[in-house]
Design a protein. Structure first.
Lengths: 468, 231
């Protein structure tokens, strides 16, 4: 009986706590309460880094980590500036320059500003790939960028408008850049940035937010599908009369679904289809309705491929959510100039599906390393054709083995399928016997539409070699 | 500036012509703003606060219709109409809308309102509260033109005072100009006024002149930015 009493007392205690918390909510804040306030300094670099702390420069993966220095010999109306030495394309320490500048410490309150501004010049006329702010290597929630910033050999002032400054009440991502040598035939160059700061210009106006390029885009999907809507843009008119367009993170926008029983969407632009039907995704930024929309047509429950049941020890898997997959170079090589096949792969309830669109031919390459299928008897895959099965369907799968160098083709096996191998709205299962004598270095599978076949779209899943 | 101004502008009663976008007009008289050192303009002789929706008050406003000669002398591309699509009063504001549309052989339409034959005034404070649009090719203006005595006198002899002109490709600037014989067209006596931390399409501003026998003072809001005198 003591146990019971003890439990009751526990419950009583819980109730008391809840009441206290509720009371707490009703109470006014004491006069002694002071909200923590963040610094509002907009300056990032004038003649030296301003208030960034000691550990603020974080290079991008693969970029030359020493690209940024402070140049004490020149600046815009000063003797110091930030110098960026973009390396040659063959520089062993990194073939491009790029990094974020993140405040080492508490974030800043930038809500009173309307733009990031700076003066810049370069050692030659050159276009810098991307420049922006709001990237912090954490959530990057407020990332903004302008692309293809054209620098000349004399100082020019640049303005990157803030899409909605009210979001930047605690921001650490002050500045970021990425610059390569695609336009300079691989030859390095130098550019300088000075007077880098957030400013309240007051002369930026006519904000025009846009999603999906201002178009109403149709999209078909299935119940349970997750997806991120495309990155939106905002165009502004500067005081000079020039227009500038920035790519803005989803979080600068308020996202709306016209039917929350069909599609839901969160503040980061991440959507989920939850019931069959149609819902229109729209957005606004800083109170201005964005042009464009995404009209999501949710078709119903997705018809999943049969779940593989073979013993993993008998399987070498290229693409499956059941087995561990070996490294694959790509599932679509976008081979120029004749390939038209696109990829709109998707994931439903954790099951990834390859989705080839506008199909003529496409290849999956896995040469690093190749697969030794000597002990494997078959190649398995599941294939699904949405809609009607074309009556003239003629489909070729080629399996390619490479020589000792792993690059030169040594053998190729071709397998043909036609309309009779498919049933509408049903996954077909192929158990292709591998007949090549040497199958020790398989590195490529090619899918082809042949003989005028009008197949345009299909899904693949569970691609693996196995032995019984 | 020479004496011709005196005879050709100052002594000539001017009527309003306008192809601006949104405006409230007051010809005022109220006691002068303390920040402005000017003659007293105390007798309100004409105003339109645009208080009834629909067509602007026909007692105050007439229209130029069509494309004029050579686009009203400026190669203007629009066909001026008095249709509600181009000119209407809404919520206490005169709204003039420039539209891209095929209309009577022109690719654009807009509206141009004038007080000619309805109201004329020499000297005084002329002001309007105006918000302008933005975009290359747009050229709203608020201006005074001398009476042409039914065509017996021609521009520039009749005189012209441009209280506010604005081009949509320069959203922070307006300019005020006086045209007359010997200083017409691009030779007009002009001065631009630039907002430092704002733009003219972002809100309403009061554009005014105070025209006395010896000077024309140009204002944007409470800022006197130019004074033009006969010499």
């Amino acid at each position: 009986m003591k146990n019971i009493e003890f439990m009751y007392s526990k419950i009583a205690l819980l109730l008391v706590l809840i009441l206290m918390i509720n009371l707490g909510c009703e109470r006014d804040l004491s006069d002694e309460v002071e909200f923590a306030t963040l610094g509002t300094n907009g300056e990032i670099f004038t003649d030296s880094p301003i208030g960034l702390g000691s550990d603020f420069y974080f290079p991008f993966l693969g970029s030359k980590p020493t690209a940024w220095t402070v140049d004490e010999t020149q600046g815009y109306e000063s003797e110091a500036s930030m110098r960026f030495d973009v390396p040659n394309a063959n520089d062993p320490e990194g073939n491009y320059a790029g990094a974020i500048f993140r405040v080492d410490g508490a974030g800043r309150n930038l809500t009173e500003y309307d733009a990031l501004t700076f003066w810049a010049k370069a050692s030659q006329g050159v276009t810098i790939g991307e420049i922006g702010f709001g990237q912090d290597f954490l959530e990057n929630k407020h990332q903004v960028k302008v692309s293809n910033v054209s620098l000349s050999t004399n100082w020019v002032k640049y303005i990157i408008p803030i899409p909605d400054a009210s979001k930047l009440f605690d921001e650490r991502g002050m500045f970021w850049y990425s610059a390569g040598t695609q336009e300079t035939a691989g030859n390095g160059y130098t550019f300088w940035i000075d007077e880098l700061k957030f400013e309240k210009l007051g002369t930026i106006g006519q904000s025009r937010p846009m999603i999906y390029g201002g178009e109403d885009v149709d999209f078909q999907t299935f119940v349970g599908t997750d997806g991120l809507v495309d990155l939106p843009t905002v165009s502004f008119n500067l005081g000079s009369g020039q227009n500038v367009t920035v790519n803005a993170a989803h979080s600068y926008f308020d996202w709306t679904s016209s039917d929350l029983s069909v599609v839901i969407i969160d503040e980061t632009g991440y959507s989920r289809s939850i019931n069959p039907g149609e819902a229109k995704i729209t957005a606004s930024s800083a109170g201005v309705q964005a042009e464009g929309s995404l009209i999501v047509n949710v078709l119903g429950q997705f018809n999943f491929a049969p779940t593989p049941t073979r013993d993993p020890s008998n399987v070498i898997s290229l693409f499956s959510d059941v087995y561990d997959n070996v490294p694959v170079d790509f599932f679509n090589g976008y081979w120029e100039p004749f390939q038209t096949t696109g990829s709109e792969d998707f994931e439903i309830n954790g099951d990834n599906i390859l989705n080839y669109t506008n199909f003529n031919f496409v290849g999956t390459q896995f040469q690093n390393p190749t697969v030794d299928a000597t002990e494997k008897s078959n190649l398995h895959m599941n294939m699904f054709i949405p809609g009607d099965i074309p009556s003239n369907l003629d489909f070729l799968i080629s399996i390619v083995n490479f020589g000792d160098d792993g690059v030169t083709e040594s053998d190729r096996q071709q397998v043909f399928f036609n309309t009779s191998n498919f049933v509408a709205n049903t996954w077909s299962t192929f158990e292709i016997p591998i007949s090549m004598a040497d199958r020790s270095k398989i590195g490529l599978i090619i899918y082809e539409n042949i003989n005028g076949s009008s197949l345009t779209n299909f899904y693949l899943d569970n691609i693996y070699f196995y032995s019984e | 500036m020479n004496k011709t101004i005196k005879y050709n502008i100052k002594d000539k009663a001017l009527g309003f012509m306008s192809f601006l976008l949104i405006a409230i007009f007051v010809i005022s008289s109220c006691s002068t703003d303390e920040t402005q050192t000017v003659a007293k303009f105390e007798n309100l002789v004409w105003q339109d606060e645009f208080e009834s929706d629909g067509q602007p008050n026909p007692a105050n406003w007439g229209y130029d219709i069509g494309t004029g000669e050579n686009g009203w002398g400026n190669n203007e591309l629009q066909f001026y109409t008095e249709r509600p699509e181009n000119v209407t009063v809404q919520n206490g504001i005169l709204v003039i809308t420039a539209k891209e549309e095929d209309y009577n052989g022109s690719s654009y339409t807009s509206a141009r309102l004038l007080t000619k034959g309805k109201f004329e005034q020499t000297h005084g404070r002329f002001e309007a509260r105006i918000r302008v649009p933005y975009g290359k090719g747009l050229w709203p203006a608020f201006w005074l033109l001398g009476d042409d005595s039914n065509g017996t006198e021609i521009w520039p002899e009749i005189g012209e005072i441009d209280i506010m002109e604005y081009v949509g490709s320069e959203p922070t600037k307006v300019f005020g100009t006086v045209h007359g014989p010997g200083y017409s067209g691009a030779e007009g006596v002009t001065k631009a006024y630039e907002l430092e931390n704002d733009r003219f399409d972002a809100g309403f501003h009061v554009f005014g002149i105070e025209w006395a026998p010896d000077y024309i003072n140009y204002y944007v809001d409470d800022v006197l930015y130019n004074q033009i005198t006969p010499d």
